[in-house]
Design a protein around this ligand. Structure first.
Ligand code: FCB
Length: 447
């Protein structure tokens, strides 16, 4: 890793961005014809979300987006990754289109372009229309068809101006936190349902690619996976097997079908009768070449053999820096992930579509947030990106998670990831020290 005194300059075309997601920031849950999503329902399930927090108001970005975009322009952010709320476009999941929802994203995109910020739109960042869940959700193959219809409508409408599209955000989380562990919406605990959901998110991705290209000439399309760094606690075969197993389940389960056209044999074997049903032609769709792949990286996980734990996998928590999520700060893991992707897969160009940290920020009497730790986190991880690029990894850009403090899923508003502080009473935005720093990095193309 580079020493502090060294100036790191990124390639001239490196893209500096910030990311958010619809449910986490928009609010206006009952406005302009928006339908109900599985997260609206989950928030109302007792005990599911800390403090019973909801997305009803969130950051009120639905109304305050001009201010948020202006902030990005002022600090020098060049690209904005946001997601589209499916329930605003097709409130029932299938059927009638809500023109007010389309109008909102029109305004958002036009405002971004007017400020010379490149839009990166994610089609699915977890807010599935509730009626689709009532009909079975992602384990139901019909959800794929509904997704394609929604994709067609929104990319037809925005495709003349939005040229960068991410199909699905973190299919592992969608499938396994939502349908296996049940800690995310829709809160189901069923392994067979989860693997089927995972398969359908991949299928939805692959089948969406040609639709997006048809509607948006010259569009660049990709999927975003969550890839963290997994390491065994020791060199023992038993510990190594746990790391290999978790990497298979979390990462290879998605990377192999996308880039090799098959599920990894060891994971299939482990799943047994819980393996998903695959139809002829599915892998052909899933392997449709894309223009880039998004990587969301946050932390390292250390696994060890522990027969007392589910699946025989325990975890170690070494001394070190941890964020408010209790995630270890481990920039080397990002370098390892990036170089590993290049080594093991025929990957397209990469973007870091999310990276960032939650800390217990404090708005001090001087009206500022001195978030040194977040700044150090970003600095370390950007240095890791730089090193990977030096070694030939085709990394083209970086989106910090997140532009704003926001609704952190099951943690509600108790975890702040923003480079901008949100006062949830007044909804006042305050750029944090890390945000000021990040803007300077974007403008200088390095630090
Ligand atoms: C990722 C999600 C994103 C955010 C971060 C902290 O898994 O994609 O919405 O919650 O974690």
């Amino acid at each position: 890793m580079a020493s502090k005194s060294q100036k790191l300059t990124f390639p001239a075309d490196f893209l500096w961005g910030a990311a958010t997601a619809s449910f986490q920031i928009e609010g206006a849950a009952n406005e302009d014809g928006r339908g109900t999503s599985i997260w609206d329902t989950f928030c109302r399930t007792p005990g599911a979300v800390v403090n019973g927090d909801t997305g009803d108001v969130a950051c009120d970005h639905y109304h305050r987006y001009p201010e948020d975009i202006e902030l990005m322009r002022q600090i020098g952010i060049k690209a904005y990754r946001f997601s589209i709320a499916w329930p605003r476009i097709i409130p029932e999941g299938t059927g009638a289109i809500n023109s007010a929802g389309l109008d909102f994203y029109d305004r958002l995109v036009d405002n971004l372009l007017a400020k010379e910020i490149t839009p990166y739109a994610t089609l699915y960042h977890w807010d599935l229309p509730q009626p689709l869940q009532d009909a079975g959700g992602w384990p139901n193959r019909a959800t794929v068809d509904a997704f394609l219809k929604y994709t067609d409508i929104i990319t037809y409408r925005l495709g003349d101006r939005v040229k960068n599209w991410i199909t699905i955000n973190e299919p592992w989380v969608v499938a396994f936190l939502g349908y296996w562990l049940g800690v995310h919406a829709p809160g189901i605990k069923d392994m067979a349902a989860a693997t089927q959901a995972a398969h359908h998110t991949l299928l939805a991705h692959g089948q969406a690619v040609p639709i997006i290209r048809a509607n948006s000439s010259g569009a660049r399309v990709g999927i975003t996976l969550d890839i963290n760094w997994i390491e065994p606690a020791s060199d023992s075969d038993a510990d190594k097997a746990t790391a290999e197993g978790m990497d298979g389940f979390n990462h290879r389960w998605f990377l192999d079908p996308l880039y090799k056209g098959e599920y990894p044999a060891d994971v299939l074997n482990f799943l047994g009768e819980n393996a998903p049903k695959v139809q002829e032609g599915d892998f052909k769709a899933i392997t449709t070449p894309t223009d880039f792949m998004g990587v969301n990286y946050y932390r390292r996980t250390i696994t060890k053999h522990d027969p007392a734990q589910p699946g025989g996998t325990g975890f170690e928590h070494p001394e070190g820096e941890y964020t408010a999520m209790d995630w270890e700060v481990y920039p080397l893991g990002l370098y390892n992930v990036l170089t590993r992707l290049k080594r093991d897969y025929a990957i397209p160009p990469l973007y870091i579509t999310e990276n960032g940290a939650a800390y217990e920020d404090e708005l001090t009497p001087d009206g500022q947030v001195h978030d040194d730790k977040r700044q150090a986190y970003l600095e370390g991880h950007l240095a890791a990106c730089h090193r990977a690029i030096q070694e030939g990894v085709p990394l083209k850009g970086y989106f910090v998670w997140s532009l704003l403090d926001n609704f952190e899923w099951a943690f509600g508003y108790t975890r702040r990831f923003g480079i901008t502080h949100i006062d949830y009473t007044t909804l006042k935005r305050t750029l944090k020290q890390s945000g000021e720093w990040y803007g300077k990095v974007a403008q200088a193309n390095g630090f």
